[in-house]
Design a protein. Structure first.
Length: 423
């Protein structure tokens, strides 16, 4: 009997070791997030909404919009190609990521990766010679196996202007300026990504604003043993509960860059109750020139850890919406940019059914130089309890018209005298 037990124990150990060795040979080492496929999804777009938020005809236009797509499964991100026709006077333009909304379609789940990212943007000549703002957006909400359907909605603000009236140039627009890092658990929950731009034509005398374009978070692979065959895997895709996800873009003002190399920093949080090794990636673009101004605001990040008894136990898994107003902005045109946000469960980490934060219903009043916008946010599991906390910061991108406006062609009509010959 004892020998039978020894044989049985030995067989179990052999199976475990065999599974571990096999998985180790076939392991898929984590590479930077761009290694995943970004082929356009064959799923239809829907729930598209777009409108003009403000226009000064012949000089400047600000538009806002949103668009959604459903993805049956991964590992490819859900991808949308969005186009906006612009007025004929627009010869420069770009787009700002001003929010996102991700949800599992059929249940709540753990999270492996979370993404909302404007990967490409370009102003091109459209049909009939009219300019068209074209940009590609990718989003992802996935668990360990990439087998759950989800919906991704993007919220964006586009702007276009006539460079005769507004002295501003956009750089890093097509691919964006991306920065990524592996944040280990020993380094703590806050990842700091420092970005530097060397390739453009912006000079030290130019005022510069950093435009938020996206983020991508993903837990790193890890060793796991579970009830399956093979039971152990050395580098298995990992998913976890979510306690907090946050993003904060740091830029103090649209100050000149004396070394001609704009640089900025972004901090992020992606965690459960503990601290996990994960990948963090951010994307941005730049706008610079004499017309560029900035009312910068950044969000200090405060990591949430462990469980707490200070929480609301009632069901509260609904979208929270607030209205915000900013007065007396010293700009001819003002554009809000969502440069900081924080979503966290009150009591502890949970499964995720839906997560998102976005600004919408933007209004700019040139008479009072006031800016108004609404902010909506959601973080919930299947039953919506416990509730969640949210915080955000908006930096205002200001554009002033050139001090020397264009001179209109007002040459006098020549005085032509015609003398009729008398017969």
């Amino acid at each position: 009997m004892n020998s039978y037990r020894l044989i049985l124990i030995g067989a179990v150990i052999l199976i475990i070791l065999t599974g571990c060795i096999t998985s180790r040979n076939d392991r898929n080492m984590m590479t930077p997030p761009d290694s995943q496929s970004s082929l356009p999804s064959d799923q239809p777009f829907y729930k598209a909404d777009r409108k003009i938020a403000f226009e000064d005809a012949g000089k400047f236009i600000m538009l806002e919009g949103s668009q959604c797509i459903q993805q049956a499964h991964g590992p490819e991100s859900a991808t949308m190609l969005i186009t906006h026709d612009m007025p004929a006077y627009v010869n420069r333009g770009t787009v700002i990521l001003n929010g996102w909304d991700l949800r599992y379609l059929h249940k709540d789940n753990e999270v492996r990766s979370l993404r909302a990212d404007i990967t490409h943007s370009k102003l091109v000549n459209g049909g009939g010679g009219l300019p068209t703002l074209v940009f590609e957006v990718s989003g992802e909400l996935s668990d360990q196996n990439w087998d759950d359907a989800y919906e991704f909605c993007v919220y964006y603000t586009g702007l276009g202007f006539n460079s005769v009236w507004i002295d501003a140039r956009i750089e890093g627009d097509y691919n964006g300026i991306d920065t990524w890092a592996l944040q280990t658990d020993s380094e703590g929950p806050i990842a700091t990504l420092e970005s530097l731009w060397r390739d453009g034509t912006l000079k030290g005398s130019d005022s510069i604003g950093v435009i938020p374009r996206g983020f991508y978070f993903q837990y790193d692979n890890k060793f796991e043993c579970e009830f399956r065959f093979p039971p152990c895997r050395w580098e298995d895709p990992a998913d976890h509960h979510l306690r907090q996800v946050a993003y904060s873009l740091f830029q103090t003002a649209a100050s000149p860059n004396p070394d001609d190399n704009p640089h900025w920093a972004t901090q992020t949080i992606f965690k459960d109750n503990g601290t996990r090794t994960h990948w963090a990636k951010t994307r941005a673009a730049l706008i610079g020139g004499e017309s560029v101004k900035l009312r910068a605001d950044f969000l200090p990040l405060n990591p949430r850890s462990g469980k707490t008894n200070i929480c609301r136990n009632g069901v509260d898994g609904i979208v929270h919406t607030e209205t915000f107003r900013i007065y007396d902005l010293p700009y001819d045109y003002a554009i809000p940019m969502l440069t900081g946000w924080d979503l966290n469960y009150e009591c502890g980490d949970q499964h995720v059914q839906r997560a998102g934060i976005w600004i919408h219903d933007i209004r700019f009043d040139p008479e009072s130089n006031g800016l108004e916008y609404k902010l909506s946010s959601i973080l919930r599991d299947r039953n919506g309890a416990p509730s969640f906390n949210t915080a955000h910061r908006v930096s205002v991108l200001g554009l002033n018209r050139s001090s020397i406006p264009p001179v209109a062609d007002e040459r006098p009509i020549p005085d032509i005298q015609i003398r009729l010959r008398q017969q």
